[in-house]
Design a protein around this ligand. Structure first.
Ligand SMILES: [Zn+2]
Ligand SMILES: [Zn+2]
Length: 491
């Protein structure tokens, strides 16, 4: 799903249309690089009503015929109000091992929630046990005030073709905007249960299962609803109509719309756009979707955007084997230990990891056993979670020693900004550890269930890939990945 937001450029006043959720972008008119000012809360957008009050009587007439609602003689009042929806998007990883004998077959796919094209299932089959990871990039909308205009449950696909406007509580002060009754914590729970439904998985079927939603973004979208209070022989009826297409939603007895959800108070929510410049030299930084790391081409400094502030970070890259066509992809580099929560046993070195990993004695025999366990995770919220996980599992599984480069600057055009925060990358560690270990025996499955993954150090490093057409080639391990799958812009 992709929405577009129309906002005003603070530099030239022109409409600066940009993809939903993008934190930085370029004004198409004056080329200023702009940033949505982070107020430390989720972004809110609004879809302005398309059905006008003048069109409401016709829409009600049609609804009366089609939905067979009787007794709508005269329209007494028309109010356009806005119902809030949560929109969430992120990378979904469902890991499971050891299917229980006699498990029921998976339920049918939910037609309203079709799987994304990027579904990937890596199945490792032993004699009777299985280990799986399903990875996908997933988005979902659901009501943030389910009690209001109840039958309107999801925005579905129609909102894709609509342009959203930033919601600013000052600007929309006079607009009846319904309160959010499902708060952010409750929204996460709802999203997780919808996600399980979407991957078509029943956790009870497995001895071990883990669902994680990584790099997830939550937004609020206010959707227009027309409430028309009609009077007839039987009293008042309030007809609710979709504010975009005029379709019938519901007919409720009575005339009190506001009472449905209590007091409608506006919580302050400011939307502002500012310029995005290097704190060191004032040069424009490069814009890029959900990026949180920016490289200044003018003074060669590197910046991490955190809570609305720019923090300078060191430039660290792994040494490229070729001079040309090198593309640098950001990775979080963790030094870590795995702990068995039940026995207290810890795995800190490559030698210890080799004992844990399926075929580890063979695969890791060339790596010095005393080396610490180092995991590299792409610092990207990518449109292809499958590619990201495959890549990660291969790099982490190899435990190859890769030297750092002492370069002064990233070559032009070949640097990619990071979009996955450290906390989000940390949350991804267990599913990566699971994918690397790959064992499905009972003892290991028990281990997964109590496994703690702890990092003792974490830093951003840029990993060199050789660019060949639409592919990127890992220079150390020799495998290919699609450039598009590693691009944060396509997310
Ligand atoms: Zn402009
Ligand atoms: Zn600079």
């Amino acid at each position: 799903m992709a929405f577009y937001i129309s906002a005003r450029c603070p530099e030239c006043g022109a409409p600066a249309r940009h993809p939903e959720g993008a934190m930085t972008f370029k004004c198409p008119f004056c080329a200023s690089v702009l940033r949505v000012k982070d107020e430390g809360t989720f972004l809110k957008y609004i879809i302005p009503a398309r059905v006008s009050r003048a069109e409401a009587p016709m829409a009600v007439k049609r609804a009366a015929l089609e939905a067979k609602v009787d007794g709508l003689h005269a329209i007494r009042k028309i109010i356009t109000f806005y119902k809030p929806f949560w929109y969430c998007k992120g990378m979904l990883f469902f890991a499971c091992a050891d299917e229980k004998i006699g498990s029921p077959p998976p339920p049918n796919t939910d037609d309203n929630n079709p799987p994304s094209p990027h579904v990937f299932t890596a199945a490792i089959r032993d004699t009777e046990r299985t280990a799986n990871v399903i990875a996908k990039t997933w988005s979902h909308t659901f009501a943030a005030n389910p009690g209001l205009a109840g039958p309107l449950r999801t925005l579905g696909i129609q909102s894709e073709v609509l342009t959203l406007e930033p919601y600013d509580s000052e600007q929309y002060k006079e607009t009846p905007v319904a309160p959010i009754t499902l708060d952010r914590a409750a929204a996460e729970k709802t999203a997780m249960s919808a996600a399980l439904n979407n991957v078509n998985m029943d956790r009870n079927r497995y001895s071990y299962s883990n669902l994680s939603f990584i790099g997830e973004k939550y937004f609020i979208i206010y959707y227009p609803v027309l409430a028309t209070v009609c009077e007839g022989p039987g009293g008042y009826t309030t007809v609710l109509l979709d504010g975009i297409n005029g379709y019938f939603i519901a007919a409720n007895p009575g005339k009190n719309i506001i009472a449905e959800s209590g007091a409608w108070e506006h919580s302050a929510s400011r939307f502002s756009i500012i310029t995005h410049r290097c704190p060191n030299c004032g040069h424009d930084l490069e814009p890029g979707g959900f990026n949180i790391v920016f490289y200044c081409r003018s003074c060669f400094s590197l910046w991490l955007l955190e809570g609305g502030d720019y923090r300078r970070i060191p430039k660290k890259a792994l040494k490229s084997k070729t001079e040309q066509r090198t593309v640098y992809i950001p990775f979080w580099r963790f030094t870590l230990e795995l702990e068995n929560g039940a026995s207290g046993e810890r795995y800190r070195t490559v030698g210890e990891l080799a004992k844990l990993v399926k075929g580890g004695d063979l695969y890791l025999r060339a790596i010095p056993p005393g080396n610490p366990i180092v995991f590299h995770l792409p610092a990207l919220t990518t449109s292809n979670a499958t590619a990201a996980l495959k890549l990660t599992a291969r790099i982490c599984g190899a435990q190859k020693e890769i030297p750092f480069d002492d370069m002064e600057e990233f070559p032009y055009g070949n640097f990619q900004g990071a979009s996955l925060t450290l906390d989000e990358a940390r949350q991804m560690l267990p599913v990566v550890a699971f994918s690397v270990i790959g064992r499905t025996d009972r003892k290991t499955v028990d281990f997964y269930n109590t496994m703690n993954v702890r990092d003792t150090s974490a830093e951003l490093v840029w990993y060199p890939f050789e660019e060949r057409g639409t592919m990127l080639i890992d220079q150390f391990l020799g495998f290919n990945i699609s450039k598009r799958g590693m691009s944060a812009e396509a997310y």
